[in-house]
Design a protein around this ligand. Sequence first.
Ligand code: ZN
Length: 202
Amino acid sequence: MLIVADSNSIDILAIAAHRDDVEQTCGGTLLRMNSLGLRTGILDLTRGEAGTRGSADERAAEAAEAGRILRVDVREALDIPDGRVENTYDNRIKIAQVLRRLRPRVVILPYWTGRHPDHYTASTLGYEACFVAGLAKVETGTAPHRPFKIVYASLYADVRPSFVVDISEHIERRFSALMAYRSQYANQGAGGGLFVPEEEIR
Ligand SMILES: [Zn+2]
C-alpha cells in the first residue's frame, strides 16, 4: 500500500546513535521501502566525534554519501555528545521536534539490549521521544505527532526477530552504503585489533 503524505513528511524514519549504525542495522530495509515508493529518512543522534577512527567532519561527508546510496529523502544529525547518549527530557524534546516536523508513520529503533550503551539508550530514548512527540500539551512550535508503529532492528542483540525483511535485491547497494564510511572500514592502523578487516566485512 502506498501511503500518501504531504510533501514535507516521510513514511519511515530510522533513528540510531551513530552515523553508520543504520547502514549496519536496517539500510537494506530502507532501500526496499524506497523501491516500493515510500519516503524514508535517517536521524543520527550523534556526530561521531568520539569514535576510535575518523573525525566528525569525515563522518559527516561519509554519512551524506551513504544516505545518497540508500536513497533516503532526509538525513539529519542531532548534537547529542557521542558516547554520552542519555535518556534526558532535553534529548527527548530534540528528537520529538524532528518527529513533529518529518511526521513519520513508522519509526525504526535499535533493539533495547546491546553492548554499546549508546545503542540501547537510543532505543528507550527514541521510544520515549515518540511518546512525547504525541503529547498535545508539550509545546515545541509544531503540531503533535506520534508514529503509528515502532519497530526494532535487532543487529546488536542476540534475539529471535518477530519478522524479517527480504533485502536480497538490495544487498549490493546496502553493502556499498556501509563501505562509504571509509574512515571506519578501510584497513588502517587505528583500531586494528577492534575492527573487522576490510576484506572480511562482507
Ligand atoms: Zn554505533
